[in-house]
Write a protein that binds this ligand. Structure first.
Ligand code: AMP
Length: 142
C-alpha cells in the first residue's frame, strides 16, 4: 500500500493550512462539512493521527473516528430533522477513495430522497455556512 502523504488536502485542513467548514473537534478527531455534499449536512470525520485509510489506522484511532461519527449522526438527526443516517468509509482507489487521509462520511437521509453521486456538485458557500451553524448548534445543545 502507498505510504501516507502528509501533503494530502485533509492533512492541510488539520494543520489549518486550508479552510474548511469545521463542525466538531476533540483530542482525537476533527469533523467538517463535505464541500460536495451527497445530502444536506454531509460531514467528514477524520482522525488527528496520520492514517491513509482503514488498512493502516490503529484500532484505537479508528474507534475514536467511529465515536466521532456517532456524535455527528445524533446531532445531524436533530439539526436537519433527518430520518436516517448513512455512514461510509472508502479505502484505496478500487473502493472509491480519492482523498488519502482516512475519513468517515456521515450523511443525513430523508425518506424517498436519493443520495447525489459522489462529488457531483460543489455546494453554495452560504448553504455550507448555514449547515455548519445548524450542526454546531445541535452539537452544543447535546
Ligand atoms: P472519498 O471518495 O471517500 O475519498 O471522498 C472524498 C470526499 O472528500 C468527497 O466526498 C469530496 O467531496 C470531499 N472533499 C474533497 N475536497 C474537500 C475539501 N477541501 N473540503 C471538504 N470536502 C472535500
Amino acid at each position: 500500500m502507498t505510504a501516507y502523504d502528509p501533503q494530502n488536502i485533509f492533512a492541510k485542513i488539520l494543520r489549518g493550512e486550508f479552510p474548511c467548514y469545521k463542525v466538531y473537534e476533540n483530542d482525537h478527531v476533527f469533523a467538517f462539512l463535505d464541500i460536495m455534499p451527497r445530502s444536506p449536512g454531509h460531514t467528514l470525520v477524520i482522525p488527528k493521527a496520520p492514517a491513509r485509510n482503514i488498512l493502516d489506522i490503529s484500532a484505537e484511532d479508528f474507534a475514536h473516528v467511529a465515536r466521532g461519527a456517532r456524535t455527528i449522526a445524533h446531532a445531524a438527526m436533530r439539526a436537519f430533522k433527518a430520518e436516517g443516517i448513512v455512514v461510509q468509509q472508502f479505502s484505496e482507489p478500487a473502493a472509491g477513495q480519492v482523498v488519502y487521509h482516512l475519513h468517515m462520511h456521515v450523511m443525513p437521509r430523508f425518506d424517498g430522497v436519493a443520495l447525489l453521486p459522489p462529488q457531483s456538485r460543489k455546494e453554495d458557500p452560504a448553504v455550507l455556512e448555514s449547515h455548519a451553524a445548524q450542526l454546531i448548534a445541535a452539537l452544543q445543545a447535546g
